[in-house]
Design a binder for this molecule. Structure first.
Ligand code: C5P
Length: 233
């Protein structure tokens, strides 16, 4: 199974993003493009980064009626991204529609993963505002099972949840995990963090790393350190 480090390019303009990616002369990182950059720079930035030889995780977290999600996924698939995502809360029907839309005529498709509960949602708010009576960990596990049942490839989760999700959904079900920090570095606003090496031990398939690389004094060296620790290269 492919394991990799995904660099979260949380920049607000195409210029700043390309300037950052220009630093990488050797190994081309797998990059995550989120809503901020996509809404600022549009599909053109995806095409440009693809042209430069990077794999792309387009993190747009779709959540709408099945028909709209199917058609939107079809557009994203033609953009030739390598991974994209949606909210599992959109139901199994929506997730199945997304897979249909994403699948190209030749049967190939980008990896499709789901967000279960956002880490910004507390158990208290989930229960009081969303009227979900389960515990948040049970809710996350159930949404992950729904994701697998719909035929998707995996979920975004904390590295600390990767083990339980693999237990419930199988070893081949992918876990894509943010919240990664070097042992000797700042946590920023992340609370539950692990190091790249620990994330590997816990069973993460892909780690998503932003500021420890993008805000480093030497981003390429930070990226290479991250790859070395995570992949054991
Ligand atoms: O800079 P940092 O390493 O904290 O960036 C982590 C990336 O992963 C950001 O793009 C953030 O939005 C994303 N993310 C996260 N926690 C989640 C889901 C996504 O940090 N639960």
């Amino acid at each position: 199974m492919a394991k990799d480090v995904i660099v979260a390019c949380d920049f607000s303009s195409a210029e700043r993003t390309l300037e950052f990616l220009d630093l990488f002369k050797g190994r081309k990182p797998f990059v995550k493009i989120g809503m901020e950059l996509y809404y600022a720079a549009g599909p053109e930035i995806v095409r440009e980064i693809k042209k430069r030889g990077h794999k792309i995780f387009l993190d747009l977290k779709l959540h709408d009626i099945p028909n709209t999600v199917r058609k939107t996924m079809s557009v994203l698939s033609q953009l030739d991204v390598d991974m994209t995502n949606l909210h599992a809360a959109g139901t199994i029907e929506m997730m199945k529609a997304a897979l249909e839309g994403l699948t190209r005529e030749d049967g190939s498709r980008p990896i499709l993963i789901a967000v279960t509960q956002l880490t910004s949602t507390s158990e208290q708010r989930m229960q009081e505002e969303l009227l979900i009576n389960a515990s948040i960990s049970e809710c996350i596990a159930k949404y992950a099972e729904n994701t697998r049942e719909a035929g998707l490839d995996g979920v975004v989760c904390s590295p600390l949840e990767a083990g339980i999700i693999k237990e419930r959904c199988g070893a081949n079900f992918l876990t894509i995990t943010p919240g990664v920090r070097f042992a000797d570095a700042a946590k920023d606003d992340q609370v539950r963090i692990t190091t790249p090496a620990k994330a590997r031990e816990l069973g993460s398939d892909y780690i998503v790393v932003g500021r420890p690389i993008t805000a480093a004094e030497f981003p390429v060296a930070a990226y290479e350190r991250c790859v070395a620790e995570f992949l054991g290269e």
